[in-house]
Design a protein around this ligand. Structure first.
Ligand SMILES: C[S@@+](CC[C@H](N)C(=O)[O-])C[C@H]1O[C@@H](n2cnc3c(N)ncnc32)[C@H](O)[C@@H]1O
Length: 234
């Protein structure tokens, strides 16, 4: 899948396409079948407002506007509402998603904003995390999309990408969340507390807070249950 970088001024540089990883449910080109479903999701009617937990995380953890050159990473950026919010807060943002529709929307949504945007159309497993570079990392709705094994491989790399004092917010669906069964084509995994702990609790040198948020919708016809994991790099 092609990767490219773009500054907010519109300069685009193509990078080498990365090879697709094999997985048990892949198409005949080795691409996970869920990838097409996510691309469709991103091309549909996706969120246009920043996630409320991202807004709170930034408000509580950073003094905005942040100093010029402060970097943030938006993993699984989707259509770019959180990326745009981070740029509005002054961050230079690297936005990563395997879905071309997501990246196209992120570019559109952030066009003309000051600051630097680096977009990469790449699967999480192939993203080259820069070491100790990021003051802020957000990862909303991605670790439940990729499942436990891939999440376990990604989290140490995510933590390594934080500078000392840097903060990360992981938002992932919990067991019992209505979204998990509602969209089987997306392959979402709802995490138990024990699974979340196994993902993050052993990150040496990192403060970890595990919280949760339950939102009932339409008198509990649906239930959104998120794990909110905050990591602070020491
Ligand atoms: C639930 S959406 C979240 C999007 C955005 N963070 C938000 O909160 O609106 C999950 C995103 O993860 C992306 N995604 C799924 N699997 C991925 C993978 N293996 N590597 C990179 N991105 C992936 C999807 O394309 C989708 O944009």
């Amino acid at each position: 899948m092609a990767a490219q970088t773009r500054s907010a001024s519109g300069r685009t540089t193509a990078q080498q396409p990365s090879a697709s990883l094999g997985s048990p449910s892949t198409d005949d080109q080795g691409v996970p079948v869920t990838a097409a479903a996510w691309d469709q999701w991103n091309a549909g009617a996706p969120p246009r407002f920043p996630h409320e937990h991202v807004v709170r995380f930034v408000r509580e953890g950073f003094s905005t506007p942040v100093a010029p050159g402060t970097r943030a990473l938006d993993l699984g950026c989707g259509t770019g509402a959180d990326t745009r919010y981070l740029m509005e807060c002054g961050f230079d943002v690297t936005a990563v998603d395997r879905s071309p529709a997501a990246i196209a929307s992120t570019q559109e949504l952030t066009a003309g904003l000051p600051g630097t945007l680096d977009v990469q159309t790449t699967p999480l497993a192939e993203f080259a995390f820069p070491s100790r570079a990021m003051s802020c990392v957000i990862c909303v709705g991605l670790l439940d999309a990729v499942g436990r094994d891939e999440a376990r491989r990604a989290v140490p790399r995510l933590v390594d990408s934080l500078r000392p004092g840097g903060r990360a917010l992981l938002v992932l669906a919990a067991e019992g969340d209505s979204r998990v069964n509602a969209s089987p084509e997306l392959g979402l995994h709802g995490y138990t507390r024990r699974e979340v702990e196994a993902l993050v609790i052993l990150e040496y040198g990192t403060g970890v807070w595990i919280d949760s948020c339950t939102t009932t919708i339409q008198s509990d016809a649906r239930r959104q249950i998120d794990w909110l994991v905050t990591l602070v790099k020491r």
